[in-house]
Design a protein around this ligand. Structure first.
Ligand code: PLP
Ligand code: ZN
Length: 406
């Protein structure tokens, strides 16, 4: 395995590959360090193609060895062309990355698979997390697949369907009368008391790296070429920054050529601390979330400042999307592509629309929109569109209702 250590992103202090959440000196986040020479020697397009059709084909880019037995492995989700939506928006070429095809229908299966592999290696028996919903689903299912216990902390105000989809796997759900940020603080406090594998606390450095596989797959599925831009939703900012890092690693190892894709991020207006920081040029300031995009409702985003820097350095942008445009975008995506995404990809679509409106993206661009979560988990948001034509079982009545003369 080419990962050799963890290193503080701020003060560069090195640490062994242990379950350490933050730097003991400065509380900065820790990133895995890889032996690039070994990666150059061992990784090629051919070696990747010879791997399994899931995230573990990129194991040499990850900080934990691939599990001997890959149960319920996520990844290698479809990348599909969306010409009707591209035309509607005025984009040259548009692709959708359908992470709805993962085992629990969101990209969180990627990050949890990597963290859980480390947890199993460490002999932990309980997987845990704080979650805005999808992560809880992924932790619960992964624990079931591996024969571990699962305990998840979620805001009590989450959409009930999402919580039901977590409980079915046998996970214990702690519904906190508070925000995601309260759940996050509680999970940090509990991690000092309990020998559980908190995937986004002690194992965060491992967990976060799982999102790089989105970038690897996009490049491989585009025939080892890079798109001009990628559009993604931002909650904590982790996935957004790791997708950028993933493209950077492919370039560094010579597996692709060209320019790093521009990264465009979206947030719901009612919880847009990262978009506000991007616009104002100041540091991210915590907010109290009030958005229907609950899966990305994080008021104090751990990787917010890095997400701002990522957007800026890559030549992209971060846009706040009006709350009343989010459900409209769920319908626009569904009606022009046949893909029912949840609020997070609808927010990304809003960011893409804003980027086109501002002239940041257009007819000459090849763009990938990450569909990170499935609308079927929260159908209540579009329930007002359900307006069937009620009829008796009578063909004549149907034709009459449709205004067809016979
Ligand atoms: C569907 C979906 N998309 C995007 C995100 C944002 O990910 P991150 O917190 O890494 O920014 C989340 C979770 O937070 C999510 O559930
Ligand atoms: Zn440090």
């Amino acid at each position: 395995m080419p990962a050799t250590a963890l290193r503080c992103r701020v003060c560069e202090t090195p640490y062994p590959l242990d379950p350490i959440g933050v730097c003991a000196r400065c509380f900065g986040p820790l990133d895995p360090v890889y032996d690039r020479d070994e990666q150059r020697r061992t990784i090629s397009r051919e070696s990747i193609a010879a791997g399994p059709l899931n995230i573990w084909r990129y194991a040499d880019f990850l900080p934990v060895a691939a599990p001997a037995e890959q149960r319920l492995a996520p990844g290698f989700t479809p990348l599909i062309s969306a010409p009707r939506l591209a035309d509607a928006l005025g984009i040259g070429e548009l692709f959708l990355k359908l992470d709805t095809a993962n085992p629990t229908h969101s990209f969180k299966d990627r990050v949890v698979a990597v963290a859980a592999a480390k947890a199993v290696e460490l002999g932990r028996t309980t997987l845990s997390c704080s979650s805005t919903g999808n992560l809880a689903n992924a932790v619960a299912a992964r624990a079931a697949a591996e024969g571990l216990e699962a305990v998840v902390l979620v805001p009590a105000s989450l959409e009930p369907e999402k919580l039901i989809a977590t409980s079915v796997y046998g996970a214990r759900i702690i519904a906190v009368e508070g925000s995601y940020d309260d759940c996050s603080r509680l999970s940090v406090e509990l991690s000092f008391e309990l020998d559980w594998a908190f995937v986004n606390v002690g194992l965060r450095s491992y967990y976060a790296e799982g999102s790089k596989t989105l970038a690897f797959e996009v490049a491989e599925q585009l025939g080892w070429t890079l798109p001009d831009a990628v559009v993604a939703p931002i909650g904590s900012g982790s996935m957004f920054t790791k997708v950028h890092q993933g493209f950077g690693e492919l370039l560094e190892l010579g597996l692709v050529q060209g320019d790093t894709p521009r990264l465009f991020g979206g947030q719901g207006e009612g919880c847009s601390p990262v978009a506000l920081a991007f616009e104002s040029g100041s540091k991210v300031k915590p907010v109290r979330p009030n958005t229907i995009a609950k899966s990305i409702a994080i008021g104090s985003p751990a990787d917010g400042d890095l997400a701002v820097a990522t957007a800026r350095d890559s030549g992209g942008a971060i846009h706040a999307v009006a709350e009343d445009q989010i459900v409209e975008n769920i319908a626009l995506l569904a009606q022009t592509t046949g893909v029912f995404g949840e609020t997070a990809p609808a927010v990304s679509l809003g960011a893409l629309r804003a980027a086109v409106q501002n002239g940041e993206l257009g007819e000459s661009d090849r763009v990938v929109l990450l569909v990170t979560g499935d609308g079927l988990k929260t159908p209540g948001l579009v329930a007002d569109r359900f307006d069937p034509i009620r009829v008796q079982p009578d063909a004549d009545q149907i034709l009459e209702t449709l205004g067809v003369q016979v």
